[in-house]
Design a protein around this ligand. Structure first.
Ligand SMILES: [Fe+2]
Length: 307
């Protein structure tokens, strides 16, 4: 228990991240995901050293309806400002609405502006925080399995990565969807997933190889995702099962977040209310699991990368 604080005072960048908050008026008790979101945002807002960025990499709401987004606005208002830079990234659920995908994406732009004070021009963008590049590679609307990423976005992504690599600093790419076949996919895409499911199931989809090839060219890049609602799992789980929340593939550090508020499966820590704190120092990056709900660290969920 206690106020969230970094490991050491010489930290250069801190990012608090929780994913798949799934605010949903159709939830049997809509107050539950709303409360979990409140706990995460307020933990950051009241921390001993406010994070430099607070990120939700997708599925803010279960459906992009006004009533769900209004709950998000209320929650952020009540919890306080979590960080100087707050990014709500679009997920697949945020593109769904009874009024169609265009209406849902429009609501995403309208409501993220209400919450963060900033209007995004696209669903994809870069934020430079303390000199570090945070790149948001995103689904643009509903339309194909995985993430719908246009040629225009791919050209932007190539450019954004190249600029980020030029900084000489660690680079953080957030995308709602993991690369195909990582973190136990396709089996971990759902509670009853099977190893022989479609290899793209639960992954970013047809652009996966292309995205991986670009990431591979950048030294010190982290690719941080949500989507599958896989419970947190560390090194011991990886040894036993062959997959985990933290993996290395394609020369890239892969990190997958559990759902903050909606049914986790697989993995060793399936409880709700959890996310990550990313801390960047001159000589290392440390990523620690945090049970935001209970205001405590998850001791077994911790990775340290030397730079
Ligand atoms: Fe989700």
């Amino acid at each position: 228990m206690g106020k969230m604080r970094p490991l050491a005072p010489d930290v250069r960048l801190t990012i608090a991240a929780v994913s798949d908050t799934h605010l949903d008026i159709k939830h049997p008790a809509p107050i539950v995901p709303q409360w979990l979101m409140y706990r995460a945002v307020s933990d950051a807002a009241k921390s001993a050293r406010q994070p430099d960025a607070f990120v939700i990499p997708g599925d803010i709401v279960s459906e992009g309806e006004t009533v769900n987004w209004e709950m998000a606005v209320k929650t952020f208002k009540k919890a306080g400002k979590p960080a100087p830079v707050t990014v709500l990234q679009i997920g697949n659920h945020d593109t769904w609405s009874e009024d169609g995908t265009e209406a849902a994406v429009q609501r995403y732009f309208d409501y993220t502006e209400k919450i963060t004070g900033e209007r995004y021009a696209h669903t994809y963008f870069t934020k430079i925080v303390n000199g570090y590049h945070l790149i948001f590679l995103s689904n643009e609307h509903e339309g194909e399995p995985g993430a719908l990423i246009t040629d225009e976005q791919m050209a932007w992504f190539r450019e954004a990565l190249s600029e980020a690599a030029g900084s000489g600093k660690p680079v953080f790419v957030f995308c709602h969807h993991p690369l195909n076949g990582t973190h136990g996919l396709p089996m971990t895409a759902s509670a009853d997933g099977k190893p022989d499911d479609d290899p793209m199931e639960g992954g970013i989809g047809r652009r996966s190889e292309e995205v991986a090839a670009l990431l591979r060219e950048v030294p010190n890049v982290w690719y941080i995702t949500g989507h599958s609602h896989m419970g947190f799992s560390g090194a011991a789980y990886k040894k036993a099962h062959g997959y985990a929340s933290f993996e290395e593939a394609h020369g890239v550090h892969l990190v997958n977040l559990p759902s903050l508020a909606c049914g986790n499966h697989h993995g060793e820590c399936k409880k709700l209310g959890c996310g990550l704190m990313i801390e960047v120092y001159d000589d290392r990056v440390v990523i620690r699991g945090r049970e935001y709900k209970a205001r405590r660290w998850l001791k077994d969920i911790r990775e340290e990368y030397r730079l």
